[in-house]
Design a protein around this ligand. Structure first.
Ligand code: AG3
Length: 276
């Protein structure tokens, strides 16, 4: 029997992968979680039926959500990650030479467990000396820690279920206050092709609170439309300007990509202008 997994990227578009093995299916207290082995992308983690990461293309998202800010902030010593329970973003954060500590706050312990069980290349980061893993509500954690972080990364799911509030202006204001005077925020902000409303919410909200707000893009084959956006809010440093001159081995990120990622297609610029 052939088995396929499908994410319905829109009500009328499905992204399907042939499955060779079903590794985990469970309802956690927060969401539906599954891990399957696909022929095309290797192991795949899905939450509420939406692809979160795959063995084959995870590096694109994880490098790009982390390294743009890490390399444009001159001293990103203390980094907080909200969500990102698979550990991939934490891996990129703690391998950065300027980072002293990476704290990851994930609400759903079962995501961390699934990653430990099936994605050791991501979950190994939990055991690094610079890492701290907390199973807690990131929204409350941000509220309770003022003026503490150089960089906050929001590695959330889509704005449904537990992640809805992570796209709200109130949350961005709390992040602003959790950051030091020259801190930065990066949030994944979905596909400019399919999720215009999310970009308006994320970019629009961040722009109202941070003096500098910029959107950048990366090509991620397993996410809706393959074109994905991230929004940076910065109190002081321009995220387009590279300040880190050291060398890190990467598979997608490079200084050229750092610059190119901020060059936006006209239709994406238009979405942002609708916020003015
Ligand atoms: N978090 C963002 C995933 C969003 C994907 N959306 C979708 N498939 N519709 C990824 C977590 C990786 N650490």
């Amino acid at each position: 029997m052939e088995l396929w997994v499908t994410e319905y990227q829109t009500p009328s578009l499905g992204f399907s992968c042939k499955v060779s093995e079903t590794l985990r299916v469970e309802d956690t207290p927060f969401q539906h979680l599954s891990v399957v082995r696909t022929e095309q992308f290797g192991k795949m983690l899905l939450l509420d039926g939406m692809v979160q990461t795959t063995e084959l293309d995870e590096y694109i998202y994880h490098e790009m959500i982390s390294l743009i800010a890490l390399n444009s902030h001159p001293h990103p010593g203390n980094v907080l990650i909200i969500g990102g329970g698979d550990g991939g973003t934490l891996r990129e954060v703690v391998r950065h030479p300027l980072v002293e500590k990476g704290t990851l706050v994930e609400i759903d312990e079962r995501v961390v467990q699934a990653s430990r069980d099936f994605f050791p290349m991501l979950a190994a980061s939990f055991d690094e000396a610079k890492s701290e893993l907390l199973i807690a509500d990131g929204i409350e954690y941000v509220r309770d820690n003022k003026n503490s972080f150089d960089l906050v990364i929001v590695d959330s799911t889509e704005p449904v279920g537990p992640a809805v509030e992570l796209f709200s202006k109130g949350f961005y204001q709390d992040v602003f206050e959790a950051l030091k005077d020259d801190g930065m925020l990066v949030a994944q902000s979905e596909s400019p092709f399919f999720n215009e409303e999310v970009i308006k919410m994320a970019y629009g909200g961040i722009k109202e609170i941070f003096p500098i707000a910029k959107l950048y893009l990366a090509s991620i084959p397993t996410y809706p439309s393959g074109l994905w956006s991230f929004t940076v809010g910065s109190k002081n440093y321009d995220p387009e300007k590279i300040s880190f001159k050291g060398n890190m081995e990467c598979r997608y990120y490079s200084p050229e990509i750092h610059q190119a990622a901020f060059k936006l297609p006209a239709f994406t610029k238009k979405i942002m202008e609708m916020n003015k």
